[in-house]
Design a protein around this ligand. Structure first.
Ligand code: ZN
Length: 308
């Protein structure tokens, strides 16, 4: 009888099955495994709690282009809050318009501040002390510098919990969703955004796909694995879709081409602007099929409702 190699039998932290195989090799001894049962991908071995905390020091946020936060003046802060208000209206208001809102991983707090302006009673949890201080001292928000697991959240309390690009950072996403569910009121919702490894970019770039983000991303999901998680936790799915940030693709291409056109003649500036719209239209036409129908966008947005 042929024996399976030991490293092929890592237990999936989402479904508990031993049906994973190595998807990618990272720096030894770390590998990304893909579960054949629930379709989740997970890093093994996982970093310990101390190492994870060290990940999110000030340097992490510097690396993620937030280094200018400290120098922001009142006007810049105000314009970022106004911009975030549009996100709150887009992300939350189709589902709920008012109540108690928790953001897990609120970073510097602009989204939460915007929600507060729009009438939400807000609370944030943030593991980075640096980001947390900015949110509480500069934006005056109620933000805990804690891991979600240690926060001691009240039960049946929140109407909405948002987790934007954070679930993939946790070593035990099932437990995180369970804790979040317990602190939601019956009828409350979680709005979650996570990377989608079933996207076009992952197929093209494989182990170089930027959302694998070793060693920060411990789990990567697909639409199917999010459905599995929802079932496991007895949460209903109000919405599930995928999307991508057009600006990541459109701006570099159009700026390059438009930049050349504008250089040739100032009168061409208007034409260059129109070209950008055409490019965006063509791009959206192609990718709307991939993102909306085939669920192959680079990020998943899922809305889960607590019914019990
Ligand atoms: Zn699994």
């Amino acid at each position: 009888m042929r024996m399976k190699r030991k490293e092929d039998l890592k237990k999936c932290g989402i479904c508990g099955n031993l049906t994973s195989r190595v998807a990618f090799n990272f720096k030894q001894p770390h590998k990304m495994y893909k579960c054949r049962f629930c379709e989740s991908m997970f890093l093994h071995p996982l970093p310990d709690a101390g190492t994870i905390r060290e990940f999110y020091c000030e340097e992490y946020f510097r690396n993620h282009n937030i280094q200018y936060l400290k120098g922001l003046d009142g006007n810049s802060i105000e314009s970022r809050i106004r911009l975030a208000q549009e996100s709150v209206k887009y992300e939350i208001h189709p589902f709920k318009r008012t109540g108690k809102l928790l953001e897990v991983g609120c970073a510097s707090g602009f989204f939460l501040k915007a929600a507060e302006r729009l009438g939400w009673e807000t609370m944030g949890i943030e593991i980075s002390e640096f980001a947390c201080l900015f949110a509480s001292q500069r934006l005056g928000l109620n933000v805990m510098n804690s891991r979600l697991e240690d926060a001691g959240l009240p039960k049946n309390h929140f109407d909405v919990i948002v987790m934007f690009m954070v679930l993939e950072h946790f070593p035990d996403p099932v437990r995180i969703l369970q804790i979040a569910k317990e602190s939601l009121k019956t009828g409350g919702i979680m709005i979650i955004k996570i990377p989608n490894y079933r996207c076009v970019e992952s197929v093209i770039f494989k182990s170089k796909w930027h959302q694998l983000s070793f060693p920060y991303h411990l789990y990567i999901f697909s639409p199917a694995s999010m459905k599995f998680l929802a079932d496991k936790l007895n949460l209903s799915i109000d919405a599930l879709g995928t999307y991508r940030h057009f600006s990541n693709y459109i701006n570099p291409v159009s700026n390059h081409i438009c930049g050349r056109m504008v250089k040739e003649s100032v009168n061409l500036k208007e034409k260059a602007g129109r070209f950008k719209h055409v490019l965006k239209f063509l791009y959206k036409s192609v990718f709307s099929v991939l993102d909306e129908r085939l669920l192959m966008g680079e990020q998943i947005r899922v809305v889960l409702r607590k019914n019990d």
